[in-house]
Ligand binder design. Structure first.
Ligand SMILES: C[S@@+](CC[C@H](N)C(=O)[O-])C[C@H]1O[C@@H](n2cnc3c(N)ncnc32)[C@H](O)[C@@H]1O
Length: 495
């Protein structure tokens, strides 16, 4: 399977989704759906990246003088370089250099100009651009200033054989196609870039997607089923961060992809019971009840937040204010373990323990504890491991609900949970709080977690941080099995 979908899939079309990918046979969890190389890689707005190695650079190709090329790379795409060199005497590249965003579009024109790649350009034009929804919006204006005007006024139009793509609407359409369809990819220096994939960009979004996306070190995209997919089901990936609440996810999708998400998770006020957008009901708390305030389905854009137990309600403006304040406080607490803990305790009286802002703080805390554990010269105290274990357990619990199948995030959380738990049990054993037998049974639990983490991470391409983590998990699994074996032998000897 190269560049094409698994033969068990087909591209279909309807009025709501536009083109979408559908399973024409049952697909098993973990089965590949697509492996594809990018048709175009571009820097994120404001960045200038070497067109050869994609590292950030300020320099240009000495021959064509417009293509960003770092000092370690000698040449770039021959056709592009030759075509641009022919223009370089007459065309004013200065304004294009000042606006690095314009280079991605220049690459698209070259794709069209080059007889070997012109057919791909035609396929790119079939992608969704949402041109009319974007017209005269902020993003339209930004592209106009940084891409459209510099390209229209540099004098290169007459050099292109097919200059019909060089008018304002056509350039805006291409900008829309890139914004709506490109995937975020890791740059070699850990920043981000964007990759356009002709087939992968036909896949629909669901917040509870049935397929995962992984991009390898050569920027090839791999889409695979994260659970069993039935014949006729729509294949979906998640375009946004699953650890956000419904309003946030919907806002991001509306602003960036121009649709209102009506997936099962978005339509369920409890988000499958995870309560990632829910609030604590204060009257219920005072009365020692577990009331949870959720957003109720509304009529004509009006929404109502109501307790699921009593009839206490909260206004939308009140909710927004609480969230804004909480976000500000999280921002100010950044990287400070103590402040995060105090904030978590304070917000737990207002936000559900799984609210996405609580989850955000817990993730930040877990990261700080990870660096304490890995950087300490001495073994950190038991309370560090206890806290880390609790935080990881809470994260795993949320992820089990919102991403029940193969999940990269869940695998990472399980890996961290297994390691922190194993260390904690060993400390307890050292302090004679656990017997040999008890330690064996605890380590067996950790072993199961590590095994599950490794199983999920093995779907990730090898030369990515997740692929490397899969190897680390396998190594640690072997060590743990060995520890368990030795302990069991010791127990047998004593008996
Ligand atoms: C990356 S494209 C997917 C392919 C697109 N349907 C096409 O025909 O080219 C993203 C666009 O597909 C549509 N789309 C994807 N998922 C959707 C969903 N769950 N509900 C409604 N529209 C969706 C939106 O128009 C969105 O901007």
């Amino acid at each position: 399977m190269t560049e094409e979908f698994n033969e068990k899939c087909k591209i279909a079309q309807n009025d709501t989704l536009g083109r979408y990918v559908q399973a024409c046979e049952n697909i098993k969890a973990g089965e590949p759906i697509l492996n594809e190389s990018p048709i175009l890689i571009i820097a994120c707005p404001g960045d200038r990246r070497c067109s050869n190695c994609f590292r950030l650079t300020q320099s240009y190709c000495g021959k064509c003088s417009i293509t960003p090329l770092c000092s370690n790379c000698r040449s770039h795409h021959l056709y592009d370089c030759n075509t641009l060199s022919l223009m370089s005497k007459e065309v004013q590249f200065e304004n294009l250099r000042k606006n690095p965003e314009s280079y991605g579009l220049l690459k698209l024109f070259l794709l069209k100009e080059n007889p070997d790649t012109a057919e791909y350009f035609e396929k790119i034009l079939q992608l969704e651009s949402h041109l009319d929804k974007r017209r005269n919006t902020t993003i339209w204006q930004e592209h106009n200033d940084k891409v459209v005007q510099p390209l229209l006024h540099c004098g290169m139009k007459e050099y292109f054989k097919y200059d019909d793509t060089l008018d304002e609407d056509s350039i805006q359409r291409l900008c829309g196609i890139l914004d709506v369809n490109a995937y975020e990819i890791r740059a070699p220096d850990q920043g981000g870039m964007r990759g356009l994939y002709l087939n992968a960009s036909t896949i629909t979004h669901q917040c509870n997607a049935n397929a995962n996306v992984a991009i390898d070190h050569q920027y090839r995209i791999k889409v695979y089923a994260n659970r069993d997919i039935d014949k006729d089901e729509t294949i979906s990936t998640c375009y946004t961060n699953i650890l956000l609440g419904t309003d946030e996810r919907r806002r991001i999708l509306q602003e960036g992809k121009y649709f209102h998400c009506t997936c099962n998770r978005c339509e369920d006020p409890t988000e499958f019971g995870s309560h990632m957008s829910s609030f604590v009901c204060t009257p219920c708390m005072t009365a020692n009840r577990n009331g949870i305030v959720v957003k109720k389905t509304t009529t004509e854009n009006k929404c109502k937040w109501e307790c699921m137990v009593c009839n206490h309600s909260m206004r939308d403006e009140q909710i927004k204010l609480i969230l804004e304040k909480a976000k500000e406080e999280i921002y100010h607490a950044r990287d400070d373990l103590k402040r995060y803990e105090i904030l978590l305790a304070k917000l737990s009286r207002i936000l559900h323990q799984n609210h996405y802002l609580m989850v955000d703080i817990k993730q930040n805390l877990a990261n700080i504890l990870r660096s304490i554990i890995t950087s300490s010269m001495q073994r950190p105290g038991r309370c560090v491991y206890e806290r880390k274990v609790r935080l990881c357990q809470e994260l795993v619990m949320v992820l089990h609900i919102i991403q029940p199948g193969i999940s990269r995030l869940k695998a990472i959380a399980l890996y961290e949970l297994a390691n922190a738990s194993a260390e904690l049990y060993r400390l307890k054993f050292g302090e004679k709080e656990l017997t040999d037998k008890e330690l064996v049974s605890m380590l067996q639990r950790c072993e199961a977690m590590l095994r599950e983490a490794a199983r999920m991470l093995l779907y990730e391409p090898v030369q990515t941080p997740e692929g490397e983590l899969a190897h680390a998990a396998m190594d640690e699994l072997r060590d743990m099995l060995n520890d368990i074996k030795l302990l069991k032998e010791k127990i047998d000897e004593v008996n």
